[in-house]
Ligand binder design. Structure first.
Ligand SMILES: *[C@@H]1O[C@H](CO)[C@@H](O)[C@H](O)[C@H]1NC(C)=O
Ligand SMILES: *[C@@H]1O[C@H](CO)[C@@H](O)[C@H](O)[C@H]1NC(C)=O
Ligand SMILES: *[C@@H]1O[C@H](CO)[C@@H](O)[C@H](O)[C@H]1NC(C)=O
Length: 310
């Protein structure tokens, strides 16, 4: 063989090996569900029992609710109306709001880091604020204020999880994430953002709410049932807003950092903006300590990072 042919063959082999390596590398990147060193959706036997990756966190115009899930959901707050009223209301909802959410599951090219910030009194004097503000997604819930508490809880909020009775006004850049417990809650969302809502609930409800219509998301009732069945093994009547927000984060984020959950250092379940009067506040219908035990176990299994506060 002459020299030129040999060089040519050699180069061809090199090129072939390079292409082969690239394909293999790409393949291995694609088998990693996200671009973090470790993704929260990676499997281990215990959390695989809890996790159902195909559970849809958000309601969308295509999401079908099974009759079974509807009958579980309708008992949460004594919904009297039937499934066809529910379906019709959902259809109306998506004439007004984006038909599908812009936040989805893990993406291979990116490591989405989320802070989930609960309202526990253990955030007092925690100095977590600057740390919390670093994350891409910052999920807060209900009336968890930031103004006046920046040092301990941070300033930014990208998503606020709430229901009509706990609703607060939002700024233009925050996603309103509604947890609906009854058909009226879906109606509330439509009316409170337009003509005003004047219905009644078990406690006073804001008749108007300020929020960016394009950023509204609604939790899927089927997802609520999934959290209750699969994560809480049906304990308690239904999951707390805080626990739902946490499971939501595990579904939509690659890495999850948890703040402000559980009791404070004296064992009280108060909010960080309150001064406690009743020394032994209980957690009501929510299976509070069971939820807390699951969070601790998720932390042990490195599914999330748990900042237990002060
Ligand atoms: C996971 O969720 C999907 C969609 O809701 C459902 O069809 C499936 O049965 C669930 N799997 C398990 C193991 O629960
Ligand atoms: C559901 O409720 C509506 C309004 O009360 C009623 O008109 C309709 O017949 C009901 N549908 C079914 C299937 O029961
Ligand atoms: C809020 O954001 C929208 C676009 O998302 C913009 O059109 C509107 O002017 C903003 N409003 C305020 C008060 O900043």
């Amino acid at each position: 063989m002459n020299f030129k042919v040999r060089v040519f063959t050699f180069l061809l082999c090199v090129a072939f090996i390079c292409v082969l390596l690239r394909v293999l590398c790409r393949f291995s990147i694609h088998t990693n569900p996200c671009a973090c060193e470790k993704c929260s959706s990676e499997d281990d036997p215990w959390s695989m029992q809890l996790f159902n990756k195909s559970a849809e966190p958000f309601l969308s115009s295509k999401a079908d609710l099974s009759e079974d899930a509807f009958s579980w959901w309708k008992h949460l707050q004594d919904e009297r109306r039937n499934f066809s009223v529910y379906s019709k209301t959902v259809n109306n909802l998506f004439e007004m709001f984006p038909p599908s959410p812009d936040l989805t599951g893990p993406s291979p090219g990116y490591c989405r880091k989320c802070a989930v910030v609960g309202n526990s009194g253990n955030l007092k004097k925690s100095y977590y604020g600057p740390l919390i503000d670093l994350y891409d997604v910052i999920i807060r819930m209900n009336g968890g204020v930031t103004k006046g508490y920046e040092r301990d809880v941070g300033t930014r909020t990208t998503h606020r999880v709430m229901y009509p009775e706990s609703a607060v006004d939002l700024d233009n850049t925050t996603h309103l994430v509604l947890v609906p417990f009854k058909i009226q809650d879906l109606e509330w969302l439509m009316k409170a953002m337009t003509t005003g809502f004047f219905g009644e609930s078990y406690m006073p409800v804001k008749s108007n709410i300020k929020a960016n219509k394009d950023l509204v998301m609604v939790i899927n009732p089927a997802f609520m049932k999934y959290v209750h069945d699969s994560w809480l093994e049906n304990k308690g009547r239904y999951p707390s807003t805080g626990f739902m927000a946490l499971v939501l984060a595990l579904h939509i984020c690659d890495k999850v950092y948890v703040f402000g959950y559980g009791a404070d250092k004296d064992g009280n379940w108060n909010h960080y903006w309150e001064n406690l009067e009743d020394q032994n506040l209980k957690t009501g219908v929510h299976p509070g300590t069971h939820e807390y035990d699951i969070i601790k176990k998720l932390a042990e299994k490195q599914k999330l990072t748990f900042y237990t506060g002060w």
